[in-house]
Design a protein around this ligand. Structure first.
Ligand SMILES: *Cc1c(COP(=O)(O)O)cnc(C)c1O
Length: 477
């Protein structure tokens, strides 16, 4: 592993040689001066470049290799979308500029909102939320504002199935609702009887993650929406996993009132790595007056920013993560109405292909065709050989593959959640399948060797407990 930049430091080394100043020198008053020189690394330009290049090579990204990190949709995103987001017309505008000088940017926001409404079957959208979880809070906050507006404040319960993404109950609690958990059936779907037994006059809404966290599409969506609507509640669709269904099924057509999307999964911005995201919220007309704003609106040939009449207000500075939204727009326009469903179909096909080719050794946690991802349980290997989901994940690292999501969803023990995505070729999938099978053989025949993995990385197995309990967060000189 490369050391720290400070380890390379030699007094007097520089990246530049600046000519002596020919301007009269004015001394800085003593009380403004630091006592000691700043502790900056002193290195030559070539060493600096090599240092950071070496660090960048230790990072693993979709551009390096297969990255089947379930729930995160780490697909390859065409570079042309980056080019669109880098256009000067988009990067060199200021959010406080007069509207008539940024008509193109407003049009781009408006066009994206319309496209997202078309894809979700909704009537209006706000691009403000900066992440999926923030979209959830916004979606629930507009439901709350709507209920308050109708004088239905007794509706304070939010129903969340146990197959929901972990952020769902957290968002419900943050928005001030009481969370009612309902169990899944053994097939991994919402238990309709359990749902019927909890809905009532106090139901504000149900939140459904679909496809859910075990990678399954709940085919009872219409029935679920009807049960909740009949009780007077609203239905929220967590659309972070829209990659599996975009262009094929629209939440708005199956009875949902509001949905959030993760543009930084499905629509061309990579998820993870701490970069900016975008979690737009789209809804039906009844909820539209409550959306956060401002929203780019079209009147005649002119675009302007408008606040919806009963808006819950702003949830973020200015207009959301504008350049993430531009990438999404480029992605949607380049794929078009034909390419979007095809991408979803290929995502589902790739996941089912891998699941089928692995199921004799790694049985899926739930039967039947999966959507864009599938969950396997390592429970049996653990019982027989002491091999855990983490061991399999570490073995994959040595074979050039980013591990799948581990120990999630919580309802499956020793879970690995695999999402190949649509952008991988059959050859890549076959190589990954071979790697999984190779690791399985190792687990059976030489489990101790697998416990050593990874052996190809600068760091093997860090002590995770120690890292959490005694984190070293700064360099000790
Ligand atoms: C990723 C994800 C979220 C949260 O999105 P963030 O942008 O990480 O906040 C919510 N729901 C589901 C189903 C997800 O997969």
């Amino acid at each position: 592993m490369s050391g720290l930049i400070f380890d390379l430091s030699k007094d007097g080394r520089r990246c530049s040689a600046i000519p002596k100043s020919d301007i009269a020198h004015r001394a800085i008053p003593g009380h403004l001066k630091r006592d000691k020189a700043a502790r900056l690394a002193q290195v030559a330009e070539i060493d600096l470049v090599r240092h950071y290049t070496a660090l960048s090579r230790q990072a693993f990204g979709v551009d390096n290799g297969f990255y089947p990190l379930g729930s995160c949709t780490m697909k390859y995103n065409p570079k042309v979308n980056e080019d669109a987001a880098a256009l000067k017309g988009f990067t060199q505008v200021h959010p406080l500029q007069a509207e008539e000088t940024v008509q193109g940017s407003l049009e781009a926001m408006h066009t994206l909102s319309e496209a997202l409404c078309e894809i979700t079957g909704m009537d209006a959208a706000s691009l403000q939320p900066a992440a999926g979880a923030q979209g959830e809070v916004v979606g629930l906050a507009i439901i709350k504002a709507y209920l308050q507006d109708k004088g239905q404040t007794q509706r304070d319960k939010l129903i969340v199935p146990d197959s929901a993404h972990g952020t769902n109950p957290a968002s419900a609690a943050m928005t001030g609702f009481k969370v009612i958990n309902i169990p899944s059936t053994p097939q991994g779907r919402v238990d309709l009887e359990a749902l019927k037994s909890v809905v009532g006059d106090d139901t504000a809404a149900l939140m459904l993650t679909n496809p859910n966290t075990v990678g399954l599409f709940d085919e009872n969506v219409k029935e679920i929406a009807k049960i909740v609507h009949d009780a007077g509640g609203m239905v929220y669709y967590d659309g972070a996993n829209l990659n599996a269904v975009m262009g094929l099924v629209r939440p708005g057509d199956t009875g949902f009132d509001v949905v959030h999307l993760n543009l930084h999964k499905t629509f061309s911005t990579p998820h993870g790595g701490g970069g900016p995201g975008s979690g737009p919220v789209a809804c039906k007309n009844v909820l539209a007056p409550f959306l956060p704003g401002p929203i780019a609106t079209k009147e005649g040939d002119t675009f302007s920013l408008q606040m919806p009449p009963k808006s819950i207000g702003r949830v973020r500075a200015f207009y959301g993560n504008f350049l993430v939204n531009i990438r999404a727009l480029a992605y949607i326009l380049t794929l078009g109405a034909e390419g979007i469903p095809e991408a979803a179909q290929n995502a589902v096909l790739n996941a089912n292909y891998m699941m089928e080719k692995l199921k004799d050794i790694f049985p899926p946690a739930f039967d039947g065709p999966c959507m864009h991802e599938f969950v396997i349980s390592i429970e049996n290997l653990k019982k027989e050989k002491g091999i855990t989901a983490a061991d399999i994940a570490k073995g994959l690292i040595d074979r050039g593959i980013h591990p799948p999501t581990m120990y999630f969803p919580l309802i499956v023990s020793e879970a690995l959640m695999i999402e190949p995505t649509e952008t991988e070729s059959r050859e890549t999938l076959d190589k990954a399948i071979a790697a999984f099978r190779d690791i399985y053989d190792l687990a059976l025949n030489d489990p101790d060797a697998l416990k050593e993995a990874p052996i190809t990385t600068p760091v093997g197995r860090p002590d995770e407990t120690k890292a959490v309990r005694n984190p070293v967060l700064k360099y000790e000189f």
